[in-house]
Design a protein. Structure first.
Length: 196
């Protein structure tokens, strides 16, 4: 007598188990829906300005966590960065991107002079990323919004790729953050190109 074949779903994980393991993806989807509701009807200049002002935060998080040498600090650094971006955005004295780029330059100088816990090669990669992403943000903010959208979207999209590379390598930032940030970055790029 043969034993009955197991049910086809017996080996599949429960959807709640998948959601628990993929919580960064679920959180990214929630943030993207909120972002779409908030910025979806915004004019082009406002969307390019808002996303361009925020873009330098992304490499700044990587630089800060790299200098701290502890990926577990990624989420608190993100929280502090978001407070800074929204706080700076609430005043008119200085643009958030100016402060973020200046802070990134300070971290680059610190890493160059004092060294870094993750080694020179990793610091060099983070430095190149910071220059690239901050440069795209500043260039996108400086030109006409019709061109700026492509520069800022390129910055967000390329940073999404950057996140997925770091997720694969399991370097610098926490894996959960790299997954979360990569999805949001790609969505913001798509939003800037096609939905605004």
């Amino acid at each position: 007598m043969s034993t009955p074949a197991p049910h086809a779903t017996a080996d599949r994980p429960h959807p709640l188990a998948i959601l628990t393991r993929r919580w960064p993806t679920a959180l990214a989807v929630v943030v993207c829906v909120f972002n779409m509701a908030t910025y979806g009807s915004e004019d082009l200049a406002g969307a390019v300005g808002g996303m361009g002002e925020t873009l330098p935060l992304l490499p700044l998080i990587y630089l800060m966590v790299n200098q701290l040498g502890r990926p577990r600090y990624t989420w608190p650094v993100l929280g502090a960065g978001l407070v800074a971006v929204f706080g700076l955005g609430a005043q008119d004295a200085v643009a958030p991107s100016t402060v973020l780029v200046a802070f990134a330059a300070t971290l680059l100088a610190w890493g160059t002079v004092r060294g870094t816990p993750n080694g020179r090669a990793t610091f060099g990669a983070q430095a190149v990323g910071a220059v690239l992403f901050c440069g795209l943000a500043l260039a996108g903010l400086a030109v006409d919004p019709d061109l700026g959208r492509y520069l800022v979207a390129a910055g967000w999209f390329c940073h999404g790729v950057w996140d997925f590379v770091h997720l694969r390598l399991d370097k610098v930032v926490s894996r959960t953050f790299a997954e979360f940030c990569g999805l949001i970055d790609v969505f913001v790029a798509v939003q800037l190109l096609f939905l605004v």
